[in-house]
Design a binder for this molecule. Structure first.
Ligand SMILES: CC(C)(COP(=O)(O)OP(=O)(O)OC[C@H]1O[C@@H](n2cnc3c(N)ncnc32)[C@H](O)[C@@H]1OP(=O)(O)O)[C@@H](O)C(=O)NCCC(=O)NCCS
Length: 248
């Protein structure tokens, strides 16, 4: 959860461009989220690569997805980040396209109307078989998994959300006909999707282009603002080891 007191520590690992962008947010909450998410991402990238957090440069793809520029020799890292109502998260993988999405589930959303408008027909049918809290929970699970996939592909919501579907029972994706000729979108067998362990009030999902049968280890870690601020204050080059590398 993002608080205000740690901002100087978080800001100290950002570059000039990020600091300038942080200054452009109208709402303090959005500014805090941005600063925290980018500090978190830099510290995790340092922990898994050994490259100092401040030394990473980023470039932005055509649809806005940031990637590491000038890859450090030791690691071809991919990452993605997300923030929602005071919670920020990032996902890092080695060589595999990765997307992450977190949503605050307390918002007043007409889930049935939204599902009918943007979800694939089999997802709408799946939700229709559930009641009450189970339906709401499944809606946000499908929503975050879909968004994580679109972010892993790198196109975000320019990918039509009804062009593919999430199967919650098998935790897998089915890519629809309209996207099958699209090499970025891949096919269902190219993707693994996971939901994070429950976080009260939120739903968090990741998607990785790892092949359905590829052996991946997923480690979800919670980092408090205090812990992140302490990591940001570690002298440059001495290694932010607060996050163990999560790759095998
Ligand atoms: C990516 C997108 C789904 C994010 O949605 P959101 O729920 O508002 O935001 P989240 O908190 O989950 O994620 C935001 C982060 O995703 C990353 N991001 C931005 N664009 C992205 C993309 N196309 N793919 C993957 N990640 C992206 C950024 O790091 C961003 O955080 P930052 O601005 O602090 O750097 C949405 O912005 C989108 O659809 N973008 C595509 C826009 C587009 O089509 N542009 C066309 C330009 S030609």
């Amino acid at each position: 959860m993002v608080g205000g007191g740690h901002l100087p520590a978080f800001r100290s690992v950002l570059n000039a461009e990020e600091r300038a962008r942080a200054g452009c947010f109208h709402f303090p909450e959005d500014q805090r989220s941005y600063i925290c998410a980018h500090a978190l991402t830099r510290c995790v990238l340092e922990a898994v690569s050994g490259t100092p957090a401040r030394d990473f440069n980023f470039r932005v793809g055509h649809y806005g997805k940031p990637e590491i520029d000038e890859y450090p020799e030791q690691a071809r890292l991919r990452f993605n980040l997300s923030h929602s109502r005071g919670l920020v998260c990032c996902a890092v993988s080695r060589e595999r396209d990765v997307g992450i999405d977190v949503e605050w589930v307390g918002r007043d959303t007409d889930i049935d109307g939204l599902a009918r408008k943007v979800f694939a027909a089999d997802e709408v049918a799946y939700l229709g078989r559930l009641e009450g809290c189970a339906r709401r929970d499944a809606f946000f699970a499908i929503w975050t998994l879909k968004e994580a996939y679109t972010k892993a592909v790198g196109r975000g919501l320019s990918i039509p959300l009804d062009g593919f579907s999430v199967c919650l029972d098998s935790l897998s994706l089915v890519i629809g006909q309209s996207l099958l000729d699209d090499p970025d979108a891949g096919n269902g067998a190219d993707w693994q999707v996971r939901l994070a362990p429950p976080i009260p009030g939120y739903k968090l999902a990741v998607a990785v282009r790892a092949g359905r049968s590829g052996r991946m280890v997923y480690r979800f870690r919670e980092v408090t603002p205090d812990a992140l601020a302490a990591l940001c204050c570690v002298p440059k080059g001495t290694g932010r080891t607060g996050f163990e590398p999560a790759f095998t």
